[in-house]
Design a protein around this ligand. Structure first.
Ligand code: PLP
Length: 406
């Protein structure tokens, strides 16, 4: 008899975005004449930069000619892209990362979800609350948690991010083995300073722990004093894995390209206490289960680092950040306390009521879709997330409608 992985039964069925989609479609069904503006799901709306399209098309043409055709590529990614990333994203901020420590992939969602396969099942895990749900659910699937009760999984250590700690979780007083951090943060938009990040690195070193650092929104950092990579911190190479994505940086959500950095000095231990290189474990996993990102997509990603690509990407980011500034200013004018929006495309708004009630009110009265904060964890209750990913005119219209109804 075939049996199932029963850990899947612990997962909460009403996934946040499917509930939002259902509510939106029910509303639209009843109100066919009303135009809904979506500032909910964090998907980009603007086209790929022309430099990426040029490189993409050129590479597609290469695939159509026997002399330049490429079959299976290296699972870890082509050297041309790994070298660009090492130079442009790491050497430029004095972070010592070599090209062969970079694994090109089809997404940070997949990488941050799959990475847990290389860790033991008995580890103690610290996960922020509120949080990008993938970190939690993938550990639930792997059986690292107990059941879901009172809004939380037993067996996980929740790192609470609240208004009292400016949405930066406190360093735990007890030893944890694996810690997820994401800055600029989804959903709160909060950023971490170099000093506080250094404290986390220190904590990880002290406890032989590992930090999984998700920097999917790094491109939105405008304050030059903020760290762009965890590897800007001394010693982080030994205790951190970093995830980055071209999704939000350059509009690759539908094109798919990302990367994960696993430094060769980053160690984890077996039950006898012997140390093992995480790089070789992840390499083994990648070789076995991943076929690499397609050649044209990697050429398109490489173009992000060309002089024209850089300018075009900056224009994209500036565009969304103009939206973010507008959302934040207007919500604050209405008397709502907001976090994020300055170095992040998300604005985390204190709703002064239950998250879903605020969501329903915005949908029904203003036909604007936001994301209820409670969907990201218990500490998200009483908040909503507004995303800056949309056309400026739509964001402006959304803010005018919200201003009218609030
Ligand atoms: N990490 C965070 C924090 C995100 O918010 C997202 C997407 O919304 C991702 C990772 C996924 O990135 P990708 O599109 O590369 O899978």
């Amino acid at each position: 008899m075939i049996t199932i992985n029963e850990h899947f039964l612990k997962l909460q069925s009403s996934y946040l975005f499917s509930t939002i989609a259902r509510k939106v479609s029910e509303f639209q069904e009843k109100n066919k004449d009303k135009e809904i503006i979506k500032l909910g799901i964090g998907d980009v709306t603007r086209a790929l930069p022309p430099a990426c399209i040029d490189a993409f098309s050129k590479a597609v043409n290469e695939m159509g000619d026997d002399s330049s055709f490429r079959g299976y590529g290296p699972e870890q990614g082509y050297q041309f892209l790994r070298e660009k990333i090492a130079g442009e994203d790491y050497a430029s901020v004095q972070a010592d990362i070599s090209p062969d420590e970079i694994f090109i992939s089809d997404g940070s969602k997949c990488d941050s979800g799959n990475i847990q396969e290389i860790f033991g099942t008995e580890i103690k895990i610290g996960i922020p609350d509120p949080v990008y749900p993938v970190y939690v659910d993938t550990n639930v699937m792997a059986g690292r948690t107990g059941i879901f009760e009172n809004g939380r999984y037993t067996g996980l250590f929740y790192l609470e991010s609240t208004i009292d700690n400016h949405f930066i979780p406190a360093i735990p007083s007890e030893p944890l083995d694996l810690i997820y951090l994401c800055f600029p943060n989804n959903p709160t938009g909060a950023t971490i300073t170099r000093d506080v990040l250094a404290q986390w690195v220190e904590y990880a070193k002290k406890h032989k722990a590992l930090i999984l650092y998700d920097a999917a929104y790094v491109a939105f950092i405008r304050d030059p004093s903020l760290p762009h990579s965890i590897y800007e911190i001394d010693g982080a190479r030994d205790v951190a894995i970093e995830f980055r994505s071209f999704s939000k940086t350059a509009g690759f959500t539908g094109t798919r390209c990302a990367f994960t950095v696993v430094p060769k000095t980053c160690m984890a231990y077996d039950t006898k206490g012997n140390s093992h290189q995480l790089h070789s474990l992840w390499n083994r996993r990648h070789n076995t289960k991943f076929n690499g990102v397609s050649y044209p997509v990697q050429r398109a990603a490489e173009a992000v680092y060309s002089p024209e690509g850089k300018k075009q990407v900056q224009n994209l980011i500036d565009y969304y950040m103009t939206n973010a500034a507008l959302i934040k200013t207007e919500m604050e004018k209405l008397g709502y306390s907001c976090t994020g929006g300055e170095n992040s495309p998300y604005i985390w708004v204190q709703a002064k009521m239950n998250s879903w009630d605020f969501f329903d009110m915005l949908l029904e009265k203003a036909q604007v879709v936001c994301t209820p904060g409670s969907g990201f964890g218990k500490c998200g209750e009483g908040y909503i997330r507004i995303s800056a990913f949309n056309n400026y005119e739509k964001v402006k219209e959304a803010m005018e409608r919200i201003t009218r109804v609030l």
